[in-house]
Design a protein around this ligand. Structure first.
Ligand SMILES: [Zn+2]
Length: 150
């Protein structure tokens, strides 16, 4: 059941389509504090990824749960009015997201999707980001493994 008020819903929607959403800003500021350097909204890459880390050949998408149809998430409930329209719209977005990730991976990029609902636990988010961006052969402690035994 759609419990979000119409005002809140329209605000959510206006946020999601634009750039510089709050979740996006949060991820950026976390990355920045962790010392990662990145570029924003790179138009020449499939799906104009929100955050691109050229050094790591990695991209990060920050997705609003509603617009991108986060599976099993309560924020991704299809509204009870205009259900067909929303269903088609969200399904289309999900398909496009999938295609973009496939195209990016074909170009040799690694992709990470962070959902709006995953923003609450900043420490968990940091751990995910550093695990994702860790270079091959680099250990959790930041040292490089030369023995290649671990
Ligand atoms: Zn979600």
């Amino acid at each position: 059941v759609d419990k979000i008020s119409p005002e809140k819903r329209s605000r959510n929607m206006s946020q999601v389509k634009g750039r510089n959403t709050e979740p996006e800003k949060l991820v950026r500021s976390i990355l920045h504090k962790m010392g990662y350097r990145f570029r924003l909204c790179v138009k020449k890459l499939p799906g104009n990824p929100d955050i691109v880390l050229p050094r790591y050949k990695a991209v990060i998408f920050v997705h609003g749960c509603f617009w991108h149809g986060h599976g099993g998430c309560k924020r991704a409930t299809i509204p009870v009015t205009n259900t067909k329209f929303w269903f088609a719209k969200i399904t289309g977005n999900k398909e496009r997201d999938k295609c973009n990730i496939v195209a990016l991976e074909d170009l040799g990029y690694r992709c990470l999707t962070i959902w709006q609902c995953e923003m609450k636990d900043v420490n968990a988010l940091k751990r995910r980001l550093s695990a994702f961006l860790r270079k091959e052969g680099e250990l959790a402690c930041g040292k490089t493994c030369k023995a290649r035994k671990c």
